[in-house]
Ligand binder design. Structure first.
Ligand code: DCM
Length: 131
C-alpha cells in the first residue's frame, strides 16, 4: 500500500510566513507546523491544501509551487508542502491550533517547529523575499 499523503502550506503574505502551533494530539501539542492535513480520496494535493487551510484557519489561498521532496511522518504517512499565497481572510485558529504567528525574514527559527516540518520550513524561508 502506498503512503497516505498529508499536505501543508507555506502561506505567505506581505513577505511573512505563517506558522501554526498545534493543540492536538498530545504528542504534537505545543509544536509549530506549516498548517494542512490529509488528502481525501479523489482530491489533488492542491485541492486538499486549499480545503484544509479554509477549514482550519478560515482563509482562502492559492497554491503556488510544490517544495521539492517528501518527508516521513508517522508510519504510513508522508508530508508534501506547497508555497501558497493568502488571497483573503485573516487566519484564525479554528481547529487543531491554539496560536498563529507571522514570521518575517530572519525569524524562521523563532518557533519550535515539528522535526518533520523543518526541511520544508528552511526552503520556504529561503523563498521569502529578503529571506
Ligand atoms: N502533520 C505534520 N506536519 C504538518 C501537518 C501535519 O507532521 N505540517 C501531521 C500531524 C498529523 C498528521 O500529519 O499526525 C495529519 O495532520 P492533521 O491532524 O492536521 O490532519
Amino acid at each position: 500500500m502506498s503512503d497516505r499523503v498529508v499536505v501543508a502550506g507555506a502561506v505567505y503574505d506581505r513577505g511573512r510566513l505563517l506558522a501554526a502551533r498545534r493543540s492536538a494530539p498530545p504528542e504534537l501539542a505545543g509544536r509549530w507546523e506549516l498548517p494542512g492535513g490529509k488528502v481525501e480520496p479523489g482530491e489533488s494535493g492542491e485541492q486538499a491544501l486549499v480545503r484544509e487551510l479554509r477549514e482550519e484557519l478560515g482563509i482562502e489561498t492559492e497554491p503556488l509551487e510544490r517544495i521539492p521532496g517528501e518527508w516521513p511522518l508517522k508510519p504510513g504517512y508522508v508530508l508534501r508542502v506547497w508555497t501558497a499565497r493568502l488571497l483573503s481572510g485573516v487566519p484564525a485558529p479554528l481547529q487543531d491550533h491554539d496560536e498563529l504567528r507571522w514570521l518575517g525574514p530572519g525569524e524562521g527559527d523563532a518557533v519550535d517547529w515539528l522535526e518533520q516540518d523543518r526541511p520544508a520550513v528552511a526552503e520556504a524561508v529561503r523563498r521569502l523575499p529578503g529571506g
